[in-house]
Design a protein. Structure first.
Length: 528
């Protein structure tokens, strides 16, 4: 029974950090019961423990997927819950895989060496990285994201992204578990014991590095010089694409933008959400002209989302989820096409393998992915754009900054999520994109959460849910390149792999030595 209750308690405790309880010390110990359960059962049962933990972690964190699919996917609620259950089971495979491999990597049920702790922690990070890549990737609720509301602890993301921070969190849990084992097995903890001192000193060093680096970086002056605004139209998804609401939609965005400009005459850039303009902006017409005229009237840049289309070689129309940038002179400055589409939402992945399911998902789109990560350039701006789902992937913002982006913008439509934890989870992850790249982020969401985020991960200003409004703030256009932008997470993932390989080699060496010693003992005793 304990082997079931321990992972259950651990999963629910960690899930609370993604459901509004932003108690930053919790992630550093929340996994201890789960780790203890994995190392308290036979190897063959370890996967089951990890899978069970995954169900009770991802279930509470992502429960909003079922009503979202039912409401906007036009599926019966029962069918939506089945789809959610299948997704949860898929995600639970990853902690299950970690648990199984962890017992193969370090089989001991008791004391682990520092290298063993490093290897097992590295394994968790590599499995998380696999989840963010496999089958187009879904890195939602990575371990590091539990600290989104603790900016002083995530400043090292500019070195190694969320992976290094997640590593330190997991390493902390492993050390706490080791201390618990030693205290119960030996009746107390002796500081001079190497089994205690080495892991503890290593952990203290890692945490000190987080805090010192964080305090130095977060205290850097970040007063902006250019005023920007995020315009939140707040249209319900059920009417967003209705033809009769098009004029009302444009009028609301125009009115809110005018209010922002009237209050702040120095406004330079207004950002509207994903598909804020529910028509094909690339086509000439009165609707398009109203947007161009507004930019010319207020003499500002306007960045906004709108669907676009093109024709393939055989003349068939193909569609993209795009962002357009209009300049103060009323001209189009550039277009960005979403690169990372939502599988089963914006397109059906894997061609014929999933085409049969299209009838089950009548609202699944038929979009094509964009190919270019180049920012939208209009002096002085070089805006790297992320559309909705893209903001959860570190690689997209990294490539845009590599290509010269001096400001990042997230445009999204989170109306699908309703009044759940999802809009907050989605918005929080953008904090890491700011720190990783050391760029200001302007996040405009249709129904919220709209935010302006500093390069230190501080939320300069934030909106509320389902409220038509505008938010403004001062930003800088940055040009420095962080270690993470230059080299990505690959150097750190390679280091994690090295820890695992060294541990494997030492284990093989120990196993071989034991075998030789056992053979000598048999020879001495004459046993054959």
């Amino acid at each position: 029974m304990a082997n079931i209750l321990l992972p259950l308690f651990s999963a629910l405790a960690l899930s609370t950090t993604f459901l509004g309880l932003h108690f930053w010390p919790l992630p550093f110990v929340a996994l201890v019961p789960f780790i203890h359960a994995v190392y308290s059962v036979d190897k063959r049962d370890s996967f089951r423990i990890g899978f069970f933990w995954g169900l009770f972690f991802f279930g509470p964190v992502l429960w909003w997927i079922a009503p979202t699919i039912s409401t906007y996917g036009k599926l019966p609620l029962a069918a939506a819950w089945v789809i959610f259950a299948l997704l949860t089971c898929y995600l639970a495979l990853f902690p299950g895989l970690w648990a199984w491999l962890a017992r193969l990597l370090v089989a001991e049920k008791g004391q682990l060496s520092v290298l063993g702790i490093l290897a097992v922690s590295s394994l968790w990070i590599l499995v998380e990285a696999l989840r963010g890549w496999l089958l187009s990737g879904f890195p939602w609720a990575m371990l590091a994201y539990s600290l989104c509301q603790a900016p002083f602890l995530i400043q090292t993301a500019d070195l190694w992204g969320p992976y290094g921070i997640g590593f330190i969190i997991f390493f902390s849990n492993m050390v706490v578990w080791q201390l618990y084992l030693l205290s119960t097995q030996r009746g107390g903890i002796r500081v001079r014991d190497r089994a205690v001192s080495l892991p503890v000193f290593t952990l203290v060093g890692l945490l000190a590095f987080l805090c010192v680096y964080g305090s130095k970086t977060i205290s850097e002056p970040s007063n902006g010089k250019i005023r920007v605004a995020a315009i939140q139209g707040s249209f319900d998804q059920s009417v967003k694409w209705s033809a009769e609401y098009r004029i009302a939609t444009i009028e609301r965005y125009k009115a809110l933008t005018r209010q922002a400009h009237a209050r702040f005459q120095d406004l330079k850039l207004a950002v509207w959400p994903e598909t804020a303009m529910p028509f094909y902006f690339q086509q000439d017409g009165s609707l398009r002209q109203q947007v161009l005229d507004l930019a010319r009237e207020l003499h500002i840049y306007i960045l906004f989302g709108s669907p676009s289309f093109f024709y393939d070689p055989i003349g068939s129309p193909r569609y993209r989820n795009s962002a357009f940038l209009v300049g103060p002179d009323g001209s189009l400055k550039g277009r960005y096409d979403k690169q990372h589409l939502v599988p089963f939402g914006e397109y059906m992945p894997w061609g014929r393998l999933t085409s049969w399911a299209r009838d089950m998902l009548p609202t699944a789109g038929d979009f094509c992915a964009g190919k270019s990560a180049r920012p939208l350039e209009a002096n002085p701006f070089k805006i790297g754009v992320m559309i909705c789902f893209e903001s959860i992937f570190p690689e997209i913002s990294r490539k845009e900054v590599q290509a010269g982006g001096n400001l990042l913008s997230v445009i999204t439509n989170d109306a699908w999520f309703g009044r759940t934890a999802a809009p907050f989870q989605h918005a929080d992850m953008a904090t890491f994109r700011a720190v990783e790249t050391r760029r200001w982020i302007v996040r405009a969401a249709n129904t919220g959460i709209s935010r302006i985020i500093s390069p230190a991960g501080r939320i300069s200003v934030s909106s509320r849910l389902f409220e038509p409004c505008f938010i403004t703030g001062m930003v800088n256009l940055e040009d420095r390149l962080t270690l993470f932008v230059r080299y990505g997470p690959y150097w750190f993932l390679a280091l994690n792999l090295l820890f695992i390989l060294i541990n494997c080699l030492l284990n093989c060496s120990r196993f071989k030595k034991r075998g030789m010693n056992h053979g000598k003992d048999r020879a001495r005793t004459g046993i054959h």
